[in-house]
Design a protein around this ligand. Structure first.
Ligand SMILES: Nc1ncnc2c1ncn2[C@@H]1O[C@H](COP(=O)(O)OP(=O)(O)O)[C@@H](O)[C@H]1O
Ligand SMILES: O=P(O)(O)OC[C@H]1O[C@@H](O)[C@H](O)[C@@H](O)[C@@H]1O
Length: 480
């Protein structure tokens, strides 16, 4: 019975799905559940793919040398600007490195304009330069005596022959700005900054995971990798130059086999050849309808840009079979990407048995009225999608540990899915325990910890490391 305020009263109990719906749920549950054995199989293939990415021949995973050739000491100092062009926001950060593993940051966050994913490159860099101009005027009202050094965090796969270069390999996360793939984005930013007469010099281009790695290492020397679970997914770690065959003969004389080299894995591209990941028909449809079909297979199953879309496709599928939402207007449900990942996240956070918050959420996002059975279904699907994302996400972590032989590690993670998706942290830790078969009575030797601000402080520290190398006449890229 429904009470006056539209909520189910406490008498009504959920007694299970109808037989036909239960059958569908059982199939979906099987497809979305990742067993320990499957985790282990995926991870072993992941290790060989990381190796392949560093080979001269290459493989699915780009494994991009990031030209960060030193570990942070924690004593770097100075004022640096950083910008972070992510999948959802542009952040501008002023970082004051204090040394002694301490830094302060001031930041402003600007939502990316709605159309930015398909705008022109001029519009993108004008938007960025305009945000920088506003920020510098706000933070330095009396102007600056010399151009501010800037670390540019560019969260897309960009090849680098040096630290101040970034040739966009391909767009990800639904971006499709023409004329930028294959081009160096650093001069594009520097030209826009000059055009707006902003006193800034772009010193380095980094990936947000490289920044996360370095910033977290600055404050925690146990850090072994930097990870992002946000709009997209990715990881960075330090290898050594001698273990990177594709760099053979390409480095300067001041670099030897033991020199550290930060690697931006770009592992969202893992298994583009579809050998091990258990893709469902919903994953296949998302890939087919994306601007870059065949790319970022791993990312499209686990990251923030897509989790809401997976849920939408399943609901639409079950509605089209007449199992749910009968006689309702599905106009909104038919709109791609109408559900961002905050939707399944908030569904999972509804603490009440009758899921009243789910009712409100579905009305708000989809303009649909859902009964108790449909609310329970949405909850069940959100949990399956969230659990699959968390468990698959640890395969990249485990693969880096196996490849580098790390028996213990602090894995520094950032991004809204890691920070805000309910249960992500616990589910990921459980996935690592399952995969490595650690006994329950021991402390987890490999743990995922909250990262420092990689795309802000990390970019600044890398700019500082780069300036220090240049001052000593050391190389910051392939030999001239
Ligand atoms: N409560 C939430 N739980 C999980 N994911 C969320 C939540 N809110 C937003 N998101 C997702 O997080 C992504 C934004 O990630 P974030 O790390 O904040 O930005 P960026 O990826 O640009 O660095 C979006 O895809 C969004 O759908
Ligand atoms: O911080 P975001 O926007 O979620 O990005 C995470 C990852 O998203 C991937 O799509 C990019 O190729 C990576 O470079 C990036 O690190």
């Amino acid at each position: 019975m429904t009470t006056a305020n539209g909520h189910q009263d406490s008498e009504e109990k959920f007694t299970g799905f109808s037989d036909k719906l239960q059958k569908e749920v059982d199939v979906i549950k099987k497809e979305f559940t990742i067993s320990k054995e499957v985790l282990q199989k995926i991870t072993n293939h992941f290790v060989s793919e990381l190796d392949k990415g560093l080979s001269k021949k290459g493989g699915n995973i780009p494994m991009i040398p990031g030209w960060v050739l030193d570990f942070p000491t924690g004593d770097e100092t100075g004022d640096y600007l950083a910008i972070d062009l992510g999948g959802t926001n542009l952040r501008v950060v002023l970082v004051k490195l204090r040394g002694n593993r301490k830094f302060d940051t001031t930041q402003s966050k600007y939502s990316l304009p709605e159309n930015i994913r398909t705008a022109t490159s001029d519009e993108l860099f004008t938007f960025i330069a305009d945000c920088l101009k506003k920020f510098v005027q706000q933070e330095f009202p009396n102007g600056v005596s010399e151009p501010l050094p800037l670390g540019f965090t560019f969260s897309y796969p960009a090849s680098q022959n040096s630290i101040n270069e970034g040739i966009l390999q391909r767009w990800t996360k639904g971006f499709d700005i023409k004329g930028m793939e294959g081009k160096d984005v650093v001069p594009m930013l520097q030209d826009a900054i000059k055009h707006f007469h902003v006193p800034i010099e772009v010193v380095s281009l980094i990936n947000d995971t490289t920044g996360t790695l370095v910033a977290s290492m600055y404050t925690d020397s146990e850090t072994k990798m930097g990870l992002i679970f946000g709009t997209g997914c990715n990881g960075a770690y330090y290898d050594v130059v001698g273990a990177i065959p594709k760099l053979e003969g390409r480095v300067d004389t001041d670099v030897n086999d033991d020199t550290p080299m930060a690697i931006n894995c770009e592992y969202g591209a893992f298994d583009n050849e579809h050998l091990v990941l258990p893709r469902t028909k919903y994953d296949i449809q998302i890939d087919k309808e994306s601007p870059r079909p065949g790319q970022q297979s791993f990312e499209k199953m686990i990251s923030g840009y897509y989790l809401g879309e997976v849920l939408r496709l399943i609901l639409l599928d079950l509605a089209s079979k007449g199992l749910i939402l009968k006689d309702q207007d599905l106009e909104n449900l038919k709109k791609p990407f109408i559900l961002d990942t905050s939707f399944p996240a908030e569904v999972e956070e509804d603490p009440f048995e009758h899921l009243p918050n789910v009712k409100v959420l579905v009305k708000k996002f989809l303009n649909l009225d859902v009964n108790l059975e449909e609310r329970q279904l949405i909850r069940c699907l959100a949990e399956l999608i969230g659990e699959r994302s968390s468990r698959l996400s640890i395969c990249g972590i485990a693969a880096i540990c196996k490849k580098r032989g790390y028996k213990t590690a602090h894995c520094a993670a950032d991004g809204s899915v890691f920070n805000k998706y309910p249960g992500f942290k616990e589910r990921a830790a459980k996935g690592l325990r399952d995969l490595f078969e650690w006994s329950d009575d021991q402390e987890d030797p490999i743990i995922i910890v909250p990262a420092e601000d990689g795309s802000g402080a990390g970019a600044a520290i890398i700019a500082a490391l780069t300036q220090a190398r240049l001052k000593k006449g050391l190389s910051v890229g392939v030999k001239k």
